[in-house]
Design a protein around this ligand. Structure first.
Ligand code: WT7
Length: 575
């Protein structure tokens, strides 16, 4: 395929290192040198929560602010010592219920200081944490709890109604953070238990291949898959925090992602705290005023966000920016979807900051291909592989292709933060490694002759809406539960702000006629059953949907209809 390559290079304004120095520094890079940073390199025993929190207290940094939390109602800060003590207490709360090493403990709640305390407490006793985004509805929550056989869940009174206890037989303990109107014995009160829990805890020391976290993410077929990561990932969280986030002692760091997504844990919790920096967490919804004032108020120096947010900020106009002092910013980064060149140029113009795009996935656990401080940025490129990471472009047979040729973005396996398994699904795991020795990402890209990678799209049907990965199958399955829906096919439709939106093509059952009310009802059905971000903002009714002879809906034909493109090879279509 012909590549229309853009050779623009933005000058390096806030250049921190020079690219040549950089290449020189990492010329003989090996991961073992990074491992030596950790005491477990000698002792063999590790624990992420210890590395992120306790070690800083032991090293005399206990009074440093670790967490600044704010939302419309609360504004609180916690030192490393306070987080150590509170997470110890929560670890004791869990142990009292008989929960321990390897158990899956899920957190289903909106951002709050308690979310972070609970997450650290879970890790301290060696349990595996499963964070769930607060917007998930009943089916989405149930699927994840059942698949992981979670034994405990921490939630809030507002979300308790979305947990179907009868359908989650392994779930033995529900811990509620917040006052219940009608307290009953079936749930445990976080506050009552914390009141009586000791601040002393014997930490569960782990091996580097013991469990850390499960993040559920979507593929093009099947239910969401549980991407399971182990303690070893901390090597890459730490290293990328250093070379990509450029974290320094006096930084005030803000990652805007929710811990329900991997960015909100790897870079909202682990990387910043492994470096002992002050971590800003802002709860509540996006608004330009609110976001800019968060930067101005706490004097954020390093800011990690996503293209949809930058596009919305750009859309809000430069007028708003002039009302806030953003001069504290030193380094700005983006992840999750393609970062449009015009957004990079806008960031440069308005904040005097080049937005550094970074590419990685839930499965990779940490950043893989990035723009580093100091390197020339080519707007539209994801950057170059991290030291220690080998990336290439492969054709469908697994052969490496020359520069400027589009193909499968592949990473040489393994690397420290590589997923350890797909929970309960070894076949899905194997699929990623179908080319011997390589991880096949599912993204298509090309490499230019300077080793920069350029994102081209997904190879599969996975949809990326506002940086959130949505599996069409999960949405289609929900749609089919609606009484009016006979068949459904779901695609991503290009959208200027969100990157893509969900569009559903639907054929109706006998006796139903299309109407705006029916569209609204179907939209609400998915929104209330799965989540708002999975609900189809656009619905088109069709007499019939294109299917293969084996009955599989041909999403690529739907996409071609939508984009007015040729439908391609239809040899397998039904009629
Ligand atoms: C997919 C992974 C781990 C970060 C949050 C998303 C897309 C990610 C970029 C980028 C273009 C990107 C890819 C990838 N993606 N970063 N810089 N440019 N696309 O994690 O939910 O696992 O999604 O997001 O398609 O495969 P995720």
């Amino acid at each position: 395929m012909e590549i229309n390559h853009n050779n623009e290079l933005l000058p390096s304004v806030n250049s921190l290192t020079n690219m040549d120095d950089y290449e020189q520094t990492y010329k003989d890079f090996n991961w073992e040198d990074v491992e030596r940073h950790f005491t477990w390199y000698e002792t063999g025993k590790c624990n992420m929560a210890y590395e992120a929190i306790d070690q800083h207290v032991e090293a005399g940094r206990g009074d440093k602010i670790a967490l600044i939390y704010s939302d419309a109602k609360r504004e609180e800060s916690y030192t490393f010592r306070q987080l150590r003590d509170k997470s110890n207490q929560f670890g004791n709360v869990l142990r009292k219920q008989g929960i321990g090493k390897g158990d899956r403990v899920f957190i289903f709640m909106a951002r709050s200081p308690e979310l972070y305390i609970c997450l650290l407490g879970i890790l301290k006793i060696g349990a595996v944490v499963g964070p769930l985004f607060e917007a998930f509805m009943e089916t989405a929550v149930k699927d994840r709890l059942v698949d992981s056989s979670a034994v405990a869940l921490i939630t809030t009174p507002q979300l308790l109604g979305r947990i179907s206890k009868s359908e989650t037989p392994d779930l033995k303990h529900i811990i509620v953070v917040g006052e219940l109107e009608n307290p009953d014995d079936s749930v445990i009160s976080y506050h009552a238990e914390m009141e009586v829990a000791s601040e002393e805890l014997e930490l569960e020391w782990l091996n580097r291949d013991d469990g850390l976290i499960i993040h559920y993410t979507s593929g093009s077929t099947g239910k969401p898959k549980g991407v399971y990561h182990v303690q070893n990932a901390m090597i890459q969280h730490y290293f990328s925090g250093k070379v990509v986030l450029d974290l320094r002692d006096d930084d005030v760091y803000w990652c805007t992602a929710d811990p329900g997504w991997v960015t909100g844990t790897s870079y909202g919790i682990f990387a910043p705290w492994l470096h002992g920096v002050t971590n800003v967490i802002r709860g509540g919804r996006f608004s330009p005023q609110d976001w800019y004032s968060t930067i101005a108020k706490y004097k954020v120096t390093v800011w990690y966000s996503a293209p949809t947010a930058f596009r919305m900020l750009m859309g809000a106009g430069d007028e708003v920016i002039s009302q806030y002092d953003l001069s504290s910013l030193r380094h700005v980064l983006s992840v999750g979807e393609p970062l449009n060149p015009e957004v990079v140029r806008w960031g440069y113009k308005t904040y005097g900051q080049r937005i550094h795009d970074t590419w990685w996935m839930t499965e990779t656990g940490a950043q893989m291909i990035c723009n580093y401080p100091g390197m020339g940025i080519k707007p539209g490129s994801m950057g170059r592989p991290l030291p220690g990471i080998e990336a290439t472009i492969k054709d469908d047979k697994g052969n490496t292709v020359p520069p400027y040729t589009m193909g499968n973005l592949a990473i040489k396996a393994p690397w420290p933060s590589m997923m350890n398994r797909i929970w309960n699904n070894p076949d899905k795991y194997e699929e990623y490694f179908r080319v011997q020795g390589w991880y096949i990402s599912g993204d298509s890209a090309y490499m230019d002759d300077e080793g920069y990678f350029w994102f081209q799209g997904r190879i599969d049907d996975v949809i990326n809406s506002s940086g959130e990965r949505i599996g069409p199958f999960e949405v289609e399955s929900k749609l089919l539960e609606h009484p009016a829906v006979a068949e459904a096919g779901v695609i991503g439709k290009p959208d200027a702000i969100r990157g893509e939106i969900i569009k559903a093509f639907i054929s109706l059952r006998e006796g139903y006629v299309e109407s705006p009310e029916l569209k609204e009802d179907i939209y609400r059905f998915v929104k209330e059953g799965l989540s708002a971000h999975a609900a189809p903002r656009e619905i088109e009714f069709k007499e019939k949907l294109p299917k293969t002879r084996s009955g599989k809906i041909m999403r690529r034909v739907l996409k071609a209809w939508e984009l007015n493109l040729p439908t391609g090879d239809l040899s397998t279509i039904e009629d």
